[in-house]
Design a protein around this ligand. Structure first.
Ligand code: HEM
Length: 238
C-alpha cells in the first residue's frame, strides 16, 4: 500500500510545529524590522545591522529559518497534492478556509523563493543585484528601489496578504489539532481572534511596504519619527 504523507503522524505534527516555531516567530520579528522603515532609512538600516551583528547568525539562518522553511514548504506541497478539496460539495466556510490555507501555502513557496533570491542574495536577473546580507547600510535603498517598480510592489502586497492569512489561520488549525481549543464555542472565539490577527498582520505588512516608497507609509506623517523630525527641523518661513 502506498504511503500517504498526510497520514504520517510525526511528520504532520512536525510540519504544524515548524509553521509556528520558528517560522511564525520569525515572521513577527521580520514584520517588526520592516515596520522600522516607517521611521526612515537610517532607522531601518540600523535594525538590519543589529540583526547582522547577531553572533552565529549564519547558523541561526540555516537551522532556524532555511531548514524549517524547506521542510514546511515541501511537506506542505506534498499534503496539498493529496488533499481532496470538497468546497463544491459542501460550501461550508471552513472548507473554503482550508482551501485558502493550501492555496496560500503553494503561492508562498514561489513568493519566498523569489523574495529570498531578490533581497537576501540579490540574484534575480533584471532586478536588484546587491544582497542585503553584508550591506545593511544599503538595505533601505535596495528595498525602496524594488518597490518603486509597480509589478514588484503588487507581488509583495499579495505575498504579505498570503502570509497574513496562512500564519493566522495556521494558528487556528494548530490550536484545534493539538487539542488546545476543544469545545465548539471556544473554537469559534479562537477562529474570530485568528481572523482579526490576519487583518492586523495584513494591514501592518502593507503599511510597512509603503514605508519604502512614502515617508510613514500609509499613515499621516505626524505619527512617525523621521518625517516629523524633518518638519520640526525645517527653517521657519516667518
Ligand atoms: C514589506 C515586505 C517585506 C520586506 C521589505 C522584506 C524585506 C526583507 C529583506 C531586506 C530581507 C533580507 C534580510 C537580510 O539579508 O538581512 C528579507 C529576507 C527574508 N524575508 Fe522578507 N520582507 C518582506 C516580506 C516578507 C514576507 C511577507 C515574508 C513571508 C514569510 C518574508 C520572509 C522572509 C524570509 C524567510 C527571509 C530570509 C531570512 C534571512 O535571510 O535571514 N518577507 N526580507
Amino acid at each position: 500500500m502506498a504511503v500517504k504523507f498526510s497520514n504520517t503522524f510525526l511528520l504532520r505534527k512536525l510540519h504544524q510545529l515548524t509553521g509556528i516555531i520558528p517560522l511564525g516567530m520569525f515572521y513577527f520579528v521580520h514584520l517588526w524590522t520592516n515596520s522600522a522603515a516607517l521611521n526612515g532609512a537610517k532607522v531601518f538600516d540600523d535594525h538590519v545591522q543589529d540583526i547582522h551583528n547577531f553572533p552565529y547568525l549564519l547558523l541561526i539562518e540555516i537551522f532556524g529559518i532555511f531548514v524549517p522553511l524547506v521542510f514546511h514548504s515541501v511537506y506542505g506541497i506534498l499534503i496539498s497534492a493529496e488533499a481532496k478539496p470538497n468546497v463544491l460539495n459542501y460550501g461550508y466556510v471552513r472548507n473554503w478556509f482550508y482551501l485558502f490555507q493550501r492555496a496560500t501555502g503553494i503561492f508562498l513557496f514561489f513568493f519566498l523563493l523569489f523574495h529570498i533570491l531578490n533581497f537576501r542574495f540579490g540574484l534575480i536577473p533584471g532586478l536588484n543585484l546587491i544582497p542585503v546580507a553584508g550591506n545593511a547600510d544599503k538595505a533601505y535603498s535596495i528595498v525602496s528601489g524594488e518597490f518603486q517598480i509597480t509589478w514588484v510592489m503588487v507581488i509583495y502586497i499579495i505575498g504579505i496578504l498570503a502570509t497574513a492569512w496562512h500564519l493566522a489561520y495556521g494558528f487556528f488549525l494548530f490550536a484545534v489539532d493539538w487539542g488546545i481549543v476543544i469545545g465548539e464555542k471556544a473554537q469559534k472565539v479562537v477562529l474570530y481572534g485568528c481572523l482579526s490577527l490576519a487583518v492586523m498582520l495584513g494591514v501592518a505588512g502593507i503599511n510597512a511596504a509603503f514605508a519604502f516608497v512614502r515617508p510613514c507609509g500609509l499613515l499621516p506623517t505626524a505619527l512617525c519619527e523621521e518625517p516629523h523630525k524633518a518638519e520640526t527641523n525645517a527653517p521657519k518661513k516667518f
